[in-house]
Design a protein around this ligand. Structure first.
Ligand code: ATP
Length: 357
């Protein structure tokens, strides 16, 4: 049992709360992502788990033991940072061997473990190459191998892919995820990239201004965000100010009424409601199709057709919608075309509006 739990963990810098009373439990063997905009406290929280930063108050427990004040080098955690921090004067094998040397692992055991790790990251043929002669993705793999060399009980990753170009980054996301699942090592990763979090995480912790805004499985958060902030941060969304009429329907900005689900979620103050509908839930119908329930008239004002997917901007009376579809699903869509946008009730979520602070 290697359970990690945080109890009211707080870190202040002067008067400012970088992390504000965070309670969290990380499931064993899973990958948890801390996700949020720049400055929301993700890195500070990870550094406190690592032991590189001390909480101002609160408690961190690991495997049932209070580790709040245990120094980083006594925590048995593996870490990979944005900078990777590989030793440039060493070879691939020497970098991977470093934590084993520190622990005075016997030579024969070191050699066996290095061979196993290099096999795992698919670089066995590069053992004696200096790390300076590796590509970005290869360096990334070496950093991960080094972090897991001493079989840490927890793996901490701080934006480990941010220096890579988009394509390599996506490939590495899958690679790290598969490796993490194979090893079953509890992993905490910081990212500000929601797509990365959705690709890799078992559980996402969305952070806002030092606090947890929502914790859950990626798709649960995507489909059921608790606030406008979370809805906006996770994926693309149409977020419209609406008024709730008390009977499972809302009035859109232009006055059109549509039925919605989730009436129970309606916030107490009617002025504070937003309607969320994801672009892939907006069905675009050619205007000659009859108007029906939950259909609003509009006109196509922009089309982003990238072959595999198609995104259309639809100007309606009083608001604009984005619809995501495919060229095959909606052939013949053209700029200036009058259309109906259908907003299925089950896909219309009501959420609390972001409060200004
Ligand atoms: P980013 O994605 O930009 O790295 P983050 O979500 O990881 O951001 P943190 O680096 O944890 O955010 O910073 C949270 C807040 O704490 C920020 O306002 C930051 O300026 C502040 N902060 C972090 N470290 C220090 C420090 N050593 N001294 C003073 N303020 C700090």
């Amino acid at each position: 049992m290697t359970h990690l739990t945080l109890h009211a963990v707080t870190r202040r810098f002067g008067a400012a709360h970088a992390v504000d009373s965070v309670d969290l439990s990380a499931p064993d063997g899973k990958l948890v992502c801390f996700l949020g905009p720049s400055g929301c406290g993700k890195t500070t929280l990870l550094r406190m788990i690592a032991g590189l930063e001390t909480p101002t108050s609160g408690r961190i427990e690991f495997a049932g033991r209070d580790i709040t004040r245990v120094p980083a080098n006594r925590r048995d955690f593996g870490m990979v940072f944005q900078s990777l921090a590989l030793f440039p004067h060493m070879t691939v094998a020497q970098n991977v061997a470093y934590p084993l040397k520190l622990r005075k692992t016997p030579q024969r055991e070191q050699a066996r473990r290095i061979a196993e790790l290099l096999e795992m990251i698919q670089l066995p043929h590069m053992a004696s190459r200096p790390v300076t002669q590796l590509s970005g993705g290869q360096r990334q793999r070496v950093a991960i191998a080094r972090a897991i060399a001493s079989q840490p009980r927890l793996l901490l990753l701080d934006e480990p892919l941010s220096a890579l170009d988009a394509k390599l980054r996506e490939a590495m996301q899958v690679e790290i995820r598969l490796l993490q699942q194979r090893l079953g090592i509890t992993t905490i990763m910081v990212t500000h990239d929601q797509r990365e979090a959705m690709t890799m995480a078992d559980e996402i912790v969305v952070m806002e201004k030092g606090r947890i805004a929502q914790v859950g499985k990626p798709l649960d958060i995507y489909r059921d965000p608790v606030s406008e902030f979370v809805a906006d941060f996770i994926g693309l969304g149409n977020i419209l100010p609406v008024t709730y009429d008390g009977a499972g329907a809302v009035s859109l900005p232009g006055g059109a009424r549509i039925a919605v689900s989730q009436a129970a979620r309606v916030p107490p103050s009617p002025g504070d409601i937003r309607l969320l509908i994801r672009p892939e839930d907006v069905c675009v119908k050619a205007a000659p199709d009859a108007a029906g329930p939950n259909r609003v008239a509009g006109m196509v004002t922009f089309i982003r057709d990238v072959g595999a997917s198609l995104e259309a901007t639809i100007d309606c009376e009083g608001f604009t919608l984005t619809a995501a579809t495919t060229p095959r699903e909606t052939p013949g869509l053209t700029l200036g075309m009058p259309v109906f946008a259908e907003l299925p009730p089950h896909a219309c979520k009501l959420i609390a509006a972001r409060t200004l602070q």
